[in-house]
Design a protein around this ligand. Structure first.
Ligand code: FAD
Length: 399
């Protein structure tokens, strides 16, 4: 029995990592997919991205592992480091699991996903900003041009989604954290993520292909005054915030020529993820602090789960309900864990010494404990357990 949701006309608002990977999964599953992107061309901010094994599991099932390896570095370890002294506190392996942990540039991932989505039959329309939707009819309304009608609309238009208010009135709020991002050229570094921890602040560095180094610096801040969510920032200000950092870290900060500062915002994960023919995906549904490298990985998982839910459920409403039911608990747990890392990375005083000693002890006595503690996150494979459901429906075309 094929489900009634097997060949839908689907519109996706937003061609970010969430929209493109969902478009790929849905087109592979036989749906007619159109992706509408506001920007005049597909682009991502100039920064790196960590694709953790749970995101890699989806790409592996889509056959994209080898293509990813061409544009990524396989990570070997994460190294928590005392950001003041430069002393390594611990080294936890990242390369022991069934799927790789990778570092890559966002633009490379966007290109790869867009090509794969087009190859699967998806149409990507750039320069087409979505303004509104009618969930009951599936009409999508643009800033310019005629409305279009679809059987399903996905709001993958990010944290500032224009469509989310049709489902929830939860507004984004400032989290009390700001982040600077920069990419340094001509830096050869080991395939490791280093987390440089200082009181109230931290910096994450990891290598990118082509001898580049991605750098994200975060600090706690009581308010966010500027209009908008990010703005260009004088690197001297960033250097001043980390003036007490270890010489090795300051030497990296000294090399930054241009940086932007982001206010980190999020909203609660809504109870309902859909109304009528409109559903949320990625940051539009569940923005998270970036301290666990999960926002994009969770969005990638969303696309696979949604495609499978459409195969498994008897009608659209049931499928969208199943999708939210499968995703809700997992994204909430990941968001809470990222929030806890904000505290863990930013300890000061005695707590800081105790936390560093504890990390060092885990590394010496039970290095496998870190991997075991992360297994619920990195070891989770959303592509598992679905084949049985697909077999039950007699319909599985995703791979
Ligand atoms: C400092 C930092 C570091 C991070 N590092 C990682 C990491 O290592 N790993 C990880 O998994 N996550 C990371 N994240 C999180 C990750 O970047 C986001 O969770 C992810 O990009 C969300 O993808 P998305 O497609 O849902 O939304 P977005 O990336 O925001 O994409 C939304 C798309 O929709 C388009 N759009 C918006 N409005 C409209 C409209 N009205 N009409 C049409 N199109 C529209 C936008 O132009 C954009 O292309 C990090 C975040 C930050 C801030």
């Amino acid at each position: 029995m094929a489900s009634t949701t097997s060949r839908l006309a689907i519109a996706i608002a937003g061609a970010g990592i969430g929209g493109l990977s969902a478009g790929l999964c849905l087109a592979r599953a036989g749906h007619r997919v159109e992706i509408f992107e506001r920007a005049p061309a597909l682009r991502e901010i100039g920064a790196g991205l960590q694709i953790t094994p749970n995101g890699a599991a989806v790409f592996e099932r889509l056959g994209l592992g080898p293509a990813l390896d061409k544009v990524a570095i396989r990570a070997r370890a994460v190294r928590p480091t005392d950001g003041r002294s430069g002393r390594g506190i611990a080294r936890f392996a990242l390369d022991g699991g069934p799927y790789p942990y990778r570092f890559l540039h966002r633009a490379a991932l966007i290109d790869l996903l867009a090509d794969a989505a087009r190859d699967a039959g998806a149409r990507i329309v750039t320069g087409q900003a979505v303004r509104a939707a009618r969930p009951e009819t599936g009409d999508l309304i643009f800033e310019t041009g005629e409305p279009t009608r679809h059987e399903l609309i996905l709001a993958a238009d990010g944290l500032r989604s224009v469509l989310r208010p049709l489902i929830t009135d939860e507004a984004a709020r400032f989290t009390g954290q700001v982040a600077w991002r920069a990419v340094l050229n001509g830096v050869e570094a080991a395939p490791e993520a280093r987390i440089w921890m200082l009181p109230g602040r931290h910096v994450v560095t990891y290598p990118l292909p082509g001898g580049r180094l991605n750098l994200v610096a975060v600090r706690e801040q009581s308010g966010w005054a500027p209009e908008g969510w990010d703005h260009a920032e004088d690197p001297a200000r960033l250097r001043a915030v980390f003036a007490d950092a270890a010489p090795e870290l300051r030497a990296l900060l000294d090399r930054i020529e241009a940086t932007r500062l982001w206010g980190l915002f999020r909203h609660e994960v809504p109870e309902r993820w859909h109304v009528g023919r409109l559903a949320l995906l990625g940051d539009a549904a569940h923005p998270t602090l970036p301290f666990l490298a999960q926002g994009a990985n969770l969005a990638i998982e969303d696309g696979w789960v949604l495609a499978r839910a459409l195969e498994a459920a008897p009608d659209l409403d049931a499928a969208l309900g199943l999708y939210a039911q499968r995703r809700g608990p997992r994204v909430r747990r990941a968001i809470a864990a990222a929030q806890a890392n904000a505290r863990n990375y930013h300890f000061s005083g005695v707590s800081r010494r105790i936390a560093h000693l504890a990390l060092g002890a885990i590394d010496r006595v039970a290095p496998g404990r870190f991997t075991a503690r992360m297994d619920w996150l990195h070891g989770h494979d959303v592509t598992r357990n679905w084949p049985a459901i697909a077999r039950m429906t007699g319909h599985s075309s995703l791979e």
